[in-house]
Design a protein around this ligand. Structure first.
Ligand SMILES: C[S@@+](CC[C@H](N)C(=O)[O-])C[C@H]1O[C@@H](n2cnc3c(N)ncnc32)[C@H](O)[C@@H]1O
Length: 300
């Protein structure tokens, strides 16, 4: 997420409306200006009489809140747009703050740790030191750990050579692949702050020669063609972008390629699987961790 995010607009509505608002925000603004996420509220968080879905729209200072409320009104009606609450976001390095107290994470042969816990590294660990930055991927999230564990499993039997990390965040998966396989890894993200953070992490971990993340936009990233055809693709994003990326992933992978997807909730699995099955990729393995599902697919 960008450092200049300044306001979050929150509103509750029906699921179908939430999806439409998220699509419209994505179509109308660039990812540097505004981004919307939708999710279902837990029963305890729901307000009586209101539908159970929440939309959060993150706006930078360059976007007028009134313009966004007007957009919301076209889909959800004036009442919902007016009831949306707006909260300024404190400008702080939240990842740095969170990292200060983080314990090292083990996932198969990998150990992910902060600079304050170098003492945790054992002789045979493939260690990755994550520096504080505004990027997702410290290894603690169930989706990241799921990808590392699945990668650990897959590479017990296979040795991929052409690797792509879509939505690299902190660069954690790309660095894990570079560490284990000693191969070049193409990595990209739509968020420029993440790309900068991932480049810094790659330098810090001594793999900058192998991992040089780039900024990507949309779903058919030109960046992802650089090292194609790939025989291993990571994509830890979210269900909706993952479904949209299925044709691009199919285009840039070779037969027999391994695809590791995460960022899914159990209810998202059938939709994502069918998007990839249509493109000729079949399920091989599944891992459920802390509510997040990681899938291993293979291109037929
Ligand atoms: C959940 S984080 C995963 C980070 C890291 N790969 C990990 O496993 O911890 C998802 C990342 O994907 C990026 N992203 C979202 N949609 C994307 C898209 N369509 N193409 C590329 N990156 C995307 C986000 O900016 C974010 O950095």
């Amino acid at each position: 997420m960008s450092t200049d995010t300044s306001t979050v607009l929150r509103l509750d509505c029906e699921e179908a409306i939430a999806e439409q608002i998220a699509d419209l925000v994505a179509e109308t603004f660039s990812s540097d200006e505004a981004a919307a996420s939708t999710f279902e509220l837990k029963p305890a968080e729901r307000k009586e009489g209101l539908p159970g879905w929440r939309v959060e729209i993150f706006l930078t200072a360059s976007v007028s809140e009134e313009a966004v409320r007007a957009l919301v009104a076209t889909i959800a009606g004036a009442e919902v747009a007016t009831a949306a609450t707006s909260t300024p976001i404190e400008q702080r390095d939240w990842v740095a703050a969170a990292l200060e107290g983080l314990a090292p994470v083990r996932a198969g042969r990998f150990l992910v740790h902060g600079a304050h816990r170098r003492d945790a590294v054992r002789v045979n660990d493939l260690a990755i030191e994550i520096e504080a930055a505004l990027a997702f991927g410290t290894g603690h999230h169930g989706s990241t750990r799921g990808c590392l564990l699945m990668f650990d499993r897959v590479t017990k039997a296979r040795h991929p050579k052409q690797i792509l990390d879509l939505g690299t965040g902190s660069g954690i998966l790309a660095m894990a692949a570079a560490r284990l396989l000693h191969r070049k890894v193409e990595a990209c993200d739509i968020d420029k702050d993440s790309v900068l953070a991932a480049r810094g992490n790659a330098r810090h971990n001594g793999v900058a020669r192998l991992v040089r993340p780039v900024v990507a936009s949309g779903t058919s990233h030109p960046a992802i063609h650089a090292g194609a055809p790939y025989d291993l693709v990571f994509a830890n994003i979210l269900a909706r972008p993952l479904r949209g990326l299925a044709p691009s992933v199919a285009r840039v992978t070779q037969r027999g390629a391994d695809i590791i997807l995460s960022g899914l909730l159990a209810r998202d699995v059938p939709g994502v699987l069918s998007a990839y099955r249509i493109q000729g990729m079949a399920l091989r393995d599944r891992l459920d961790l802390e509510g997040w599902v990681t899938l291993h697919l293979r291109k037929q």
